[in-house]
Design a protein around this ligand. Structure first.
Ligand code: C5P
Ligand code: MG
Length: 198
């Protein structure tokens, strides 16, 4: 199986690049943000709770997101692999993901971290607000999401770095340029050639 974590701050291009990656490598896209937005649209109990948290730019509890990921992994374990988009967001989630994959006799192949500076992130998210109208793409919520990323989520890099799976990729340029950099890393990881990973 090929299991990829696509990582980076809000607006780094995780969702956009995931679409191209799933198409090329035939993976299952596991976006915890999309699952949560679907729960909100369906007005489930979980969705109603999650909405308040998401609209502040805070994080939903580890137990809830880990439970969602477990269900999705178990439902798709016969496939080629997964791309984890927007998860793990805490070190506890990264540990739980390793345990879940191990229980299913598989593991993370590589973690791709998209590097984009803060001014560019804000610019992209404000543009997305105009196009998609996401309620958490307002300037105050964007600032808080970036703060939560810097204070909590960014530490997840250390977790994968210690395992030799952390691969930073320049996340600026055209969508195609960034995708080319990503495929070079994935193909290197697949053939077990040493890649840029720390
Ligand atoms: O990944 P995405 O940017 O789509 O997530 C949108 C929001 O969903 C996050 O800002 C956060 O509030 C919530 N979320 C979360 N935990 C995750 C994924 C998303 O709390 N693992
Ligand atoms: Mg996304």
């Amino acid at each position: 199986m090929l299991n990829i974590v696509i990582f980076g701050p809000p607006g780094a291009g995780k969702g956009t690049q995931s679409e191209l990656i799933i198409d090329k490598y035939k993976l299952v896209h596991l976006s915890t943000g999309d699952i949560l937005r679907n729960e909100i649209a369906n007005k489930t109990t979980l969705g109603i709770e999650a909405q308040k948290i998401i609209e502040k730019g805070e994080l939903v509890s580890d137990d809830i997101v880990i439970g969602m990921v477990k269900n999705k992994i178990e439902a798709n374990i016969e496939g080629n692999g997964f791309i984890f988009d927007g998860f793990p967001r805490t070190t506890e989630q990264a540990e739980a993901l390793d345990r879940l994959l191990e229980e299913n006799n598989t593991s993370i192949s590589v973690m791709i971290s998209l590097d984009v500076d803060e001014d560019e992130l804000v610019k992209r998210l404000l543009k997305r607000a105009e196009e998609q109208g996401r309620k958490d793409d307002t300037i105050d919520v964007i600032r808080n999401r970036i703060k939560v990323y810097n204070e909590v989520t960014s530490h997840v890099c250390n977790y994968y770095s210690k395992k030799g799976k952390y691969c930073p990729v320049n996340g600026t340029g055209t969508i195609d340029e960034i995708f080319e950099r990503i495929t070079a890393v994935i193909d290197g990881a697949e053939t077990k050639r040493p890649c840029c990973c720390g």
